[in-house]
Write a protein that binds this ligand. Structure first.
Ligand code: PRP
Length: 208
């Protein structure tokens, strides 16, 4: 029997959806208390639970051959992966937001100050439009920045919009959609092409 496919899964809110999705399709990954790895009883898949932000490093270095991550995580990592398939849930939008009524910045009055955890995507978006930008990097609770006067604008993921609304903010520009992908280390993909296709079939996903 072949060795199991290895996959890195992100801790956090995506993990439950992914584990449930796999379980409904006969791949049961039960992480025992505090354990960070789990193998399904059929021996097809071995999973590692890692921090979202660290996931690209594990797949890039081939420690896990596969990973499930959002476009945001991949874009911020700077690594290139083989995109195998798109998951049917977990999609969000990356948005520029500010206090209600704020105009879209054009940079005519000097650099635009933006607080965000998504530094690469933010820099790229402003550069593509020729708008000078000063980025303040934050790890979370970014919505506080305009409220407390750290930065007039934020770039963040928006799902329902309720966090923005609760803090007196609104989307002033949609920047891009973010999907959740099944990714592969390019060398691993070539070596395990057939089993990986089998996994995307089991997961019932549209192959990219
Ligand atoms: C994410 C994101 C927003 C919020 C958006 O934060 O950064 O804060 O969800 O969701 P909503 O539009 O449905 O309100 P997360 O909860 O992952 O934590 P964070 O703020 O620490 O990044």
């Amino acid at each position: 029997m072949n060795a199991p496919l290895t996959i890195a899964l992100p801790k956090g809110r995506l993990l439950d959806s992914v584990a449930t999705h796999l379980e409904q399709r006969g791949l049961n990954l039960t992480f025992e208390k505090r354990q960070l790895s789990a193998q399904d009883p059929t021996g097809f898949l071995k999973a590692y639970k890692v921090k979202n932000h660290d996931l690209p490093a594990y797949v890039h270095h081939g420690i896990a051959g596969l990973g499930i991550a959002g476009d945001d995580t991949v874009a911020e990592s700077g690594h290139t992966f083989t995109r195998v398939a798109t998951l049917p849930f977990g999609g969000t939008r990356l948005c520029l937001a500010a206090p209600v009524g704020t105009a879209v910045p054009d940079g005519r009055n000097g650099p635009v100050t933006v607080a965000t955890s998504y530094v690469r995507m933010t820099r790229e978006w402003f550069h593509q439009r020729g708008i000078p930008v000063k980025i303040i990097r934050l790890d979370g609770s970014v919505e506080l920045a305009p409220v407390l006067g750290l930065a007039p604008y934020i770039v963040d993921l928006v799902e329902t919009g309720s966090t923005l609304k609760a803090n007196g903010l609104e989307v002033i520009q949609d920047m891009r959609t973010i999907q959740v992908r099944l990714l592969a280390n390019p060398a691993y993909f070539k070596l395990h092409y057939r089993e990986i296709r089998q996994l995307s079939d089991i997961m019932n996903m549209n192959v990219d």
